[in-house]
Design a protein around this ligand. Structure first.
Ligand SMILES: O=C(O)CCc1cccc(O)c1
Length: 543
């Protein structure tokens, strides 16, 4: 594994650099290209996480990146509870949370007054917080470190895919390196190569959606400040009249500031540090800060029509893009990775048919549509497209001063939560439930002991299909290969606060069948072996 060399942290500079290494696959004269089960293209948070997940499932992965560094400017900063739970399963959650700043409260201001505040996780009894803020370069560095524990992953820097050719049984790739080009074959290629994905172009895929004309200035500034660790969002603040602004704290006294600019602003002028400085000084009331990163964006909300093109599968920004408001970009990419990994593992092992991968497209394109819908609504509310939309917004902001329903209509970004799937892998409820996660929803966390949580029990020994059961004293016949997590009864886990039963609306005897990505496949008030087996085969794509 190449050792990371830390670089100086200046504006627009990378945080760690890795060495290019020649690989034996480049020296196969006369033998034909090397064959690999999976090639992941792109060592950003999504590609790195997917590679780790596949490796933990025992798959060999080649991970290619055209750069030799991470952290070319910070991008994603807000990582959701669901992403942290995923990173727990990949063995990096503690490190992310230890470095990140934890938050759950947001405040929305109009002018100079507070309109309302919200708490994204008001209840106790969860291992992970609603969100942490962490610079993307830290997240990537911790994932790269984790990869050094996993010999299954062969991470190759400065390996740029320049051509691909679909075959019946896989994909042939041409890869450019500092030593020249070489070829390799993969059964599956996973494109995690970001919004400007060159693999997307190589498969000739459409990428349709909406481009927003307003521009946003994004800056990471280093300063000591007393703002609380909360998300602050302003409509029409005194320091930036007629536009919106967003403030987030990050580790190391770095603050992310997003300022909406008008659509006619000249990007070259706006990006000049002296101009950014005066805007931010107006916001903060002082100019005692240093820049770590400055960028100017126009946002797009769009997705590929299909996430699967032959043997090339797209995940993260290569497949779908949203505006940053709502923190749905990186978090949904990580959900893509978790959704795809267990399915691809089963297909490669031959324990599920290749058609199981279709459910990746079905589920994750549904999630992309939801994210695009939410993100478009937020962006339209922040930057109205017409005189009528602007009048509506003015009326809503005025109503919000006085009424609860007005507050609910204000849209300063709805933050990422896991999508619920209307999925071919789910078995519909046959019993009556008054609550709890229904089939197609993500599992919920709850304490099972002092400092131990259901999500810990779920991941212990590797994430696989799991039967979460609530003991009534009778033994449940758990199918082969399904992990058993039992609440109550002899040898079972405790439910000290009663929150497991409450959150799952479970009486003794009930059971939930969880997929390896922590989604509910089916649930039963009175499980039978036959019903569990049928739901399991449905969820494994065997029906
Ligand atoms: O708080 C939000 O809605 C998202 C914050 C965010 C995420 C990624 C980039 C960025 O500039 C802001």
């Amino acid at each position: 594994m190449a050792q990371a060399k830390p670089l100086q942290g200046k504006t627009h500079q990378a945080k760690a650099q890795f060495g290019y290494r020649r690989h034996a696959d480049q020296d196969r004269a006369g033998q034909g290209p090397a064959e690999h089960p999976v090639v992941v293209v792109g060592a950003g948070p999504v590609g790195l996480s997917l590679a780790i997940d596949l490796a933990q499932r025992g798959q060999r992965v080649v991970l290619l990146d055209d750069a030799d560094r991470i952290g070319e400017g910070s991008r994603a900063i807000c990582f959701s509870k669901r992403s942290l739970e995923y990173w727990d399963r990949l063995g990096v959650g503690d490190r992310m949370v230890a470095k990140g700043v934890v938050w759950s409260v947001g405040r929305i201001f109009h002018g100079d007054s507070l309109l309302y505040q919200f708490n994204l996780l008001p209840e106790d009894g969860h291992k992970r917080p609603a969100f942490i803020n962490l610079q993307q370069y830290y997240a990537e560095a911790y994932l790269v470190d984790r990869i050094s524990d996993l010999p299954e992953i062969d991470l190759r820097w400065r390996n740029k895919v320049t051509a691909l050719e679909q075959r019946n049984d896989g994909v042939a790739l041409t890869i450019e390196t500092p030593d020249g080009a070489y070829r390799l074959h993969a059964q599956y290629v996973i494109a995690c190569d970001g919004a400007r994905s060159s693999l997307r172009q190589m498969v000739g895929a459409e990428f349709a959606g909406q481009v927003f004309e307003d521009q946003f200035l994004i800056a990471d500034v280093k300063m000591t400040a007393e703002f609380p660790t909360e998300r602050w969002f302003w409509f029409d603040p005194p320091f930036h009249a007629g536009r919106s602004a967003l403030l987030h704290r990050q580790p190391d006294d770095v603050w992310r500031i997003d300022l909406q600019l008008n659509r006619y602003a000249d990007p070259v002028v706006e990006k000049k540090p002296e101009n950014v400085r005066s805007r931010i000084a107006r916001m903060l009331g002082h100019d005692k800060f240093e820049f770590e990163w400055i960028s100017l964006y126009k946002f797009q909300c769009r997705r590929m029509d299909r996430f699967i093109h032959g043997r090339v599968i797209f995940a993260g920004d290569s497949a779908h893009q949203v505006s940053p408001f709502g923190a749905r970009g990186a978090n949904s990419g990580l959900e893509d990775a978790e959704n795809l990994s267990w399915k691809l593992d089963r297909v490669l092992r031959g324990t599920s048919p290749a058609s199981l991968l279709e459910s990746y497209h079905a589920e994750r394109s549904m999630a992309a549509d939801e994210n695009i819908r939410e993100s478009t609504r937020s962006t339209d509310f922040m930057a109205p497209n017409s005189h009528q939309e602007a009048r509506l917004r003015k009326a809503v902001l005025s109503l919000a001063k006085e009424t609860e329903f007005g507050k609910r209509m204000v849209n300063g970004g709805r933050l990422s939560v896991p999508c619920s799937y209307d999925s071919p892998l789910s078995s519909p409820d046959a019993d009556v439930w008054g609550g709890g996660p229904s089939p197609g929803c993500s599992m919920l966390d709850a304490p099972v002991a002092e400092q131990a949580y259901l999500t810990d029990a779920f991941r212990k020994g590797g994430t696989d299909f799991t039967l979460l059961s609530f003991s009534n004293g009778a033994a449940i016949d758990v199918p082969d290969g399904v992990k058993d997590v039992r609440i109550g009864g002899e040898g079972g886990l405790a439910d000290p606060s009663g929150l497991v039963a409450k959150r799952y609306d479970a009486a003794p005897g009930a059971a939930y069948l969880l997929r390896p990505d922590g989604y509910v496949a089916a649930r039963f008030r009175h499980p039978t072996r036959a019903a569990i087996a049928a739901a399991l085969s449905q969820a494994q794509g065997l029906n």
